[in-house]
Design a protein. Structure first.
Length: 499
């Protein structure tokens, strides 16, 4: 594993926590999500060997080219070098083994410039847009149009789509789908205004494709679909050292044996990263400020979410300020490994493993997460929900709404057996808490006591630092002192310090 490199890494979680309040719905987090990231990302340059064509035999691409026609005319395994410039409304279906390399300044954009906006009463409008993408997703109440994939950007700032012309105000826009007309309230004179129309930058089932060195932005991909990868990349894709931003759904959606390496993935509408399949590696990325579109975080918004994976590895990523969980495996993931990630100031849990199976969560730093979810222990830095055979060890967990939490709840059966909180082994972690709980809660479970007495769930050798005199450990249905906690055989080799 390599080490993340970044210019700055300020722990600005306290700002987010004040804005978000202490529970879901107290404040609209989307209203305070910054449009400009607080860090400057430098992608590693040594992750992806073999991206240079032999003897310099790359096909050069310039912004006015018909890129798909050029790809169609060349054999599989061709390397394409994109010169600097903006490639608008571009969509590429690669062939097996194709390599796409962006020279610094090469931008792939799914957006069209709005250059014919006319004053129309109090607003400006432009017609001729017959696009209406697939609507998907569950929205928060304040953002009911999140399921529509078209977005408008005003000098690269996302405007809020509203449902009628009556709702227009500065910072908002309206798409009259029946009359193919776009309306906005801000004066476009002297400003760059764009509308995202094309759904995908790269899609298709080709294998062993490589994508490196681009800015990939402003695609109108629906929720649960990747601007890169659509429903999931083909097998063995490598997506590395790109900036993936301002896309409506997921920034990149990985498929079997995909490698997502060293990218800066930020300000995407639903998620930064998604994926399903075997052997996926997500390493060395910065995943930040995602879910700008207002998707319900409980449904599927945040930093990264994976479903139906085998052998997923998520390592050495910097995951911060996402509206939802930072890193989330949900539904039938098995043999998952979260290692050496820095997970900071996400609205829901930092690392969440839900109705899935065997996992190792090791050597992560998880700080300032979960202040948008005070339900049970779901605001934990590390949260395990109805999933057996999970080891949580060597982590530094500090200043989250809850510490390390397990939730037992009847969720039925999945691909590899019942969704049950069995054999949760939490050991040798540093846990620092000012509020909330570390421990296990059993909610609407027919095996309420067995979770604690028969199912092999245990805490060993953890070191706690806790503010105040309150009870911040939860076991067998109520909060416990450290003395009560150890009387159940928990953390008998651990320690507790009061601050």
């Amino acid at each position: 594993m390599f080490t993340l490199r970044r210019v700055t890494m300020a722990l600005v979680g306290s700002t987010l926590l004040i804005a978000c309040g202490s529970g879901p719905g107290t404040t609209d987090p989307f209203a305070v999500l910054p449009s400009v990231p607080s860090t400057v990302w430098i992608a590693p340059t040594d992750l992806i060997p073999g991206t240079t064509a032999p003897n310099g035999a790359a096909v050069e691409i310039v912004p006015d080219d018909d890129v798909q026609a050029i790809v169609d005319a060349n054999p599989p395994g061709t390397t394409y070098s994109f010169t600097p410039g903006v490639y608008r409304e571009i969509q590429i279906v690669p062939k097996d083994g194709d390599v796409f390399v962006g020279t610094r300044g090469a931008i792939l954009s799914g957006a069209r410039l709005l250059i014919d906006l006319k004053k129309n009463g109090d607003f400006w409008s432009e017609g001729g847009f017959d696009q209406e993408g697939e609507r998907r997703g569950s929205c928060v109440g304040a953002r009911p149009t999140c399921s529509s994939p078209e977005d408008v950007y005003f000098n690269d700032e996302l405007l809020t789509q509203v449902g009628s012309a009556d709702e227009l105000q500065p910072g908002a826009w309206f798409f009259d789908y029946e009359n193919d007309t776009v309306y906005l309230a801000d004066d476009p004179s002297g400003n760059k205004v764009e509308i995202a129309l094309v759904p995908y930058a790269f899609s298709g089932s080709a294998s062993s494709v490589m994508i490196r060195g681009f800015v990939i932005e402003k695609y109108a991909n629906p929720a649960q679909r990747g601007a890169i990868g659509e429903k999931g990349t083909g097998p063995d894709w490598t997506v590395g050292e790109n900036e993936i931003r301002l896309n409506h759904g997921i920034g990149v959606k990985a498929g079997t044996r995909a490698r997502i390496l060293g990218n800066y993935i930020h300000h995407n509408g639903q998620l930064g990263v998604g994926g399903s399949g075997k052997g996926i590696l997500v390493e060395g990325n910065e995943i930040a400020y995602n879910n700008t579109g207002g998707f319900n975080p409980y449904w599927g918004g945040g930093g990264a979410k994976f479903v139906l994976t085998v052998g997923l590895v998520v390592a050495d990523n910097y995951v911060h300020h996402n509206i939802g969980p930072g890193l989330w495996t949900d539904i039938d993931n098995i043999d998952t490994r979260y290692e050496s990630n820095l997970v900071v100031a996400n609205y829901h849990a930092g690392i969440k493993h839900e109705i899935s199976y065997d996992a190792v969560i090791i050597d992560n730093v998880v700080e300032g997460n979960g202040f948008g979810n005070d339900n049970n222990v779901a605001g934990a830095g590390i949260f395990i929900s109805s999933s057996p055979n999970v080891e949580v060890t060597g982590n530094v967990v500090k200043g989250n709404f809850d510490g390390i939490g397990g939730l037992a709840r009847d969720r039925g059966d999945g691909l590899y057996g019942p969704y049950e909180l069995r054999n949760l082994y939490v050991h040798d972690n540093e846990i620092e808490m000012a509020d909330g709980y570390t421990g296990i809660m059993s909610v609407r479970s027919k095996n309420r006591n067995a979770v604690f007495t028969e199912w092999g769930n245990r805490f060993e050798g953890n070191d706690y630092s806790i503010d105040g005199r309150g009870k911040h450990l939860w076991w067998l249905g109520k909060p416990r002192t450290f003395e009560e906690w150890t009387s159940f055989g928990l953390d008998t080799s651990g320690s507790m310090q009061r601050r």
